[in-house]
Each structure stands twice: as C-alpha cells, then as structure tokens.
Design a binder for this molecule. Structure first.
Ligand code: ZN
Length: 287
C-alpha cells in the first residue's frame, strides 16, 4: 500500500495511490496518516479496503510529508563504508546517531532553501524507516515487526554548520526545508527486504549517488534494535538510515548546492522526489 498526504501545506488530507497509480481519497476512512492510523491493526483495515471504491482525487495536488505528528527523526551517520571514506572518517564501530529536528520536514517536491550564511549545502538520498509500534529494548529478530513502512528522505545537510560550527551535527541537519520526505509511505509488506533497494540522486540531470541499501554497514533491523537501547521509538518516529557515497562534500573538487539547482532522487519501489533549490526566504518557509 502506498499512502500519501495531499493538498496545501498545513491542510493535507490522507490518500492512497491505487494499483493504476491514481490518487484516491482516504479522508472518509481516517482523519490523517499519523501514529494512530499507522498501528498494525489500522494498517490491516486500510489494506482490506477496496481502493476502487474510494473517490478519485482530481488533478495533481501537491504531496506533503506522508505522515503527520512525527515525534522525532533519528539520523544515522556514515552508515555506508564508501561514504565514510569520502568523508575522511573511519568506519564506525557502532551506529552514529544524530537528531534532525522535525521543523526541517518538507514535502517531497517542495523547494529546498539554502539557509542564510550557508556555503556548503549538500544532498543525501536515504532510506527512511517509519515506526508503527512502540519499541524499547527490542531484539534484532523482532525489530522489523515495529516498522509501518518506508519512504525516501533527502537528508539535506549544511557541512560547515554540521562540522565546523561545533557541537553535534544537528546544526547542519535541521534547517527549514532540509527534510524532504515521501512521496509515499510504502507499507513494509509491499517493500519486503529493506536491504536490497537501489537508491540514487541526480543533480541537474547528472548522477551523483547510485548505491544500494545492501551496502549499509548496519542494517535496518540492527539500527532499530540499537536505537531502542537508548530511547523508546514511538509510532510515527522516523529513522533516516544513512547515505551512499557521492555527496557534494566528497567530490573532487567539492561541489555544493546553489539556487536554480534541481535534485531528483529515488529509492527502488518508493517513488521519486524532485526539489528546486532556492535561497532562504521567509515566505517559502513552512513555519
Ligand atoms: Zn544522512
């Protein structure tokens, strides 16, 4: 099942993409796609619906973040060996975790803003994991049963804020519009094995990243189990699982985003995102 939220920012409605690729309205069935509707019994009820009986949504409305009420976004750093190497960092012994604040969230095709005083805004295509049920001290074997679904994340990052400005990485990870998520939340049953998905990112039509989740150092099940040792994962929390090589900071010479650039990115089975890059503008901020 491919679940979406559509409509203007701040007033999105829930929907689903049917087997023909058409958008159907779910607002008569659930209030929103949120922690409650992502619970296993609720997803089972939605999965049993006859999609063809739901109203077709006319036109091509904007798509928003495919779930609301995200409590936290847990970032995983340097989770692909070749990306650690291009970042000049050793392969981590344990997952590196960082916070990406939820005000960074953005629709999958919304514009990405280069923040004020930025010189090094960069891209990172990632597999995002959406938690469906509460997870505390879960074993690796049980971990995937806590996943509601998956989507694409662009973990947009300002390298100078992230590394040179001190503290942990969140200064470079949390700027407004740095968290495009979507277009769809694809339920775990439809994705199958999360460790065999191609993921890629093009900048202005040129391939920058082209990898596979098979190359992760720490797989999704291990990450959920590991993170749940340190914090409780709640329904609608999101884990972004790290990026393959090919980020701007790793290129020779380094290359960063500028207004007018266009990013296109995808993860196998999870659709595509596309973002125009613009300078920071308060009127373009979701807040
Ligand atoms: Zn990342």
């Amino acid at each position: 099942m491919k679940l979406v939220r559509y409509g203007p920012a701040g007033s999105e409605k829930p929907g689903l993409i049917d087997s023909s690729g058409d958008l159907r309205d779910l607002s008569g069935k659930i209030d929103d796609l949120d922690a409650q509707s992502l619970a296993p019994d609720s997803l089972a009820r939605l999965g049993a619906l006859d999609a063809s009986a739901l109203a077709l949504v006319p036109g091509s409305p904007r798509l928003g973040v495919p779930l609301s009420g995200i409590g936290k976004i847990v970032g995983v750093g340097l989770n692909y060996a070749d990306h650690a190497a291009e970042s000049g960092r050793p392969i981590p012994d344990e997952p590196i975790l960082f916070a990406k604040q939820t005000t960074a969230l953005n629709g999958p095709h919304d514009r990405v803003m280069i923040p004020r005083n930025s010189t090094k805004t960069d891209w990172e295509v990632e597999l995002a994991v959406v938690i469906g049920s509460r997870a505390t001290y879960v074993t690796e074997d049980a971990a995937l049963s806590h996943v509601a679904g998956y989507c694409i994340a662009n973990d947009v990052s300002e390298r100078d804020f992230q590394i040179r400005r001190g503290g942990d990485w969140q200064k470079g990870k949390s700027c407004d519009s740095f968290g495009p998520l979507g277009p769809w939340l694809v339920t775990a049953d439809e994705v199958g094995d999360p460790q065999n998905l191609r993921l890629w990112l093009n900048l202005n039509g040129e391939t920058m990243q082209d990898g596979s989740t098979a190359q992760m150092i720490f797989g999704v099940a291990h990450l959920i189990s590991y993170i749940s040792e340190f914090m409780t994962l709640m329904p609608s929390d999101v884990i972004i699982t790290g990026t393959p090589p090919g980020v701007g900071a790793g290129r020779k010479p380094p290359c960063f985003l500028a207004p007018g650039d266009v990013m296109t990115l995808g993860v196998e089975g999870l659709g595509e995102q596309c973002q125009d890059v613009i300078a920071y503008s308060k009127s373009n901020s979701a807040h």
